[in-house]
Design a protein around this ligand. Structure first.
Ligand SMILES: Nc1ncnc2c1ncn2[C@@H]1O[C@H](COP(=O)(O)OP(=O)(O)OP(=O)(O)O)[C@@H](O)[C@H]1O
Ligand SMILES: [Mg+2]
Length: 341
């Protein structure tokens, strides 16, 4: 049964970029984004650079305020919570980022880095805290000999393990992981991804997991959201979306991966021509200028996310019943329920 832990509802984010009053520039980083994460599950977000993935993470973590919309975590709208209550929520919601070298204070030992969240949130004391630190280290596959080391003396993979230990030590219900393996060697990456999965099973964590890498997203996610220029253009159960993508953008991303060569399967999102500027959003469907199957109307009409059944949605006019009779063959669900002509 659906048991949402986190719901992002109609979230938009506009950054004001300054300039003279009469020439002020606005950047639309997110435009009416809806996302949902069930308890204990992983929502993967994939998309090219600048699509808004990190902005989603920052808004969920309460580090950036949305310009519009709500973020419901554990049945509370956290965008309007007073600071004191937000602190309590933050205990349930931890983060792991890409850059492990700036994630730690270089003067701290691993022990101190792991004790810090316990101190901040007044969890346990003395001996008990040390037990929790050792337990967290064990969870991430590091032994007690690491306690007195400084994070900058560790390898990138070991540092990311410590960052994960720090994220789980308070037993959160959600971990936001923004490109947590992107800076690591491929072999280390695989081990860290497996660690994320093991910890999830043991602690029933939910993840908001961001990556450029389609292989990574497919491996870790239950549900995937594909973002393009601040919008979710396709979302659904990961195997459905990857085996039968219903948006030309997702399809193009997947087609650009050479399936025959497993070494290349884990490639980053390929760039298909120029990404339009987020300052000057294209009219109509924002993917139309790069879309291989665009219709003339796509330059004028902005498609909604059409429901395709089974939790699968795609924002492409080929799913509109006005056009679906002429749709490309890979559009497998031509008639979206509830869409009238
Ligand atoms: N603080 C900010 N001020 C102005 N613009 C910003 C700010 N933060 C993000 N942006 C812009 O918002 C858009 C989305 O940025 P974001 O970092 O969320 O993208 P991303 O999908 O995480 O990209 P990447 O894959 O490169 O990490 C980009 O155009 C970015 O330049
Ligand atoms: Mg980012």
């Amino acid at each position: 049964m659906a048991d949402p832990l986190l719901q992002v509802q109609g979230v938009s984010k506009t950054f004001e970029l300054g300039g003279a009053l009469w020439a002020r520039r606005w950047l639309h980083a997110l435009d009416h984004v809806d996302l949902e994460i069930q308890r204990g599950q992983t929502l993967g977000i994939v998309g090219e650079t600048g699509s808004g993935k990190s902005t989603v993470c920052r808004i969920v973590l309460g580090l950036v305020r949305p310009s519009a919309g709500r973020v419901i975590f554990d049945d509370q709208d956290i965008t309007v919570l007073p600071a004191a209550q937000m602190r309590r929520v933050r205990r349930q919601m931890q983060a792991v980022f890409q850059d492990t070298s700036s994630a730690f204070n270089p003067r701290q030992t691993v022990r101190e880095a792991l004790l810090a969240p316990l101190e901040v949130h007044h969890v346990g004391s003395g001996e008990h805290r040390l037990d929790l630190v050792q337990e967290a280290l064990q969870h991430v596959g590091l032994d007690v000999s690491f306690l007195d080391r400084h994070p900058h003396m560790l390898s990138g993979g070991q540092r990311q393990r410590v960052a994960i230990a720090r994220a789980i030590i308070l037993r959160p219900s959600l971990v936001v992981a923004d490109e947590p393996t992107s800076a690591l060697d491929v072999s280390v990456q695989a081990r860290i991804l497996n660690l994320f999965k093991e910890i999830q099973r043991e602690l029933r964590l939910a993840y908001l997991f961001v990556s450029h890498n389609l292989g990574v997203i497919r491996y870790v996610s239950d549900v995937v959201a594909v973002m393009y220029l601040g919008r979710v253009v396709e979302a659904g159960p990961v195997e459905r979306v990857f085996s039968a993508p219903q948006h030309p953008y997702t399809r193009a991303l997947l087609e650009a991966i050479p399936h025959a060569d497993p070494a290349k399967r884990q490639r980053d999102v390929p760039i298909l021509g120029e990404i339009p500027s987020a300052y000057r959003m294209p009219s109509g469907c924002r993917f139309h200028s790069r879309c291989p199957v665009a219709m003339e109307i796509c330059a004028r009409e902005d498609p909604p996310l059409y429901p395709l059944g089974g939790g699968h949605h795609a924002a492409c006019l080929w799913h509109d019943s006005r056009f679906s009779s002429g749709a490309p063959s890979w559009i497998t669900v031509p008639h979206a329920p509830g869409v009238t002509t």
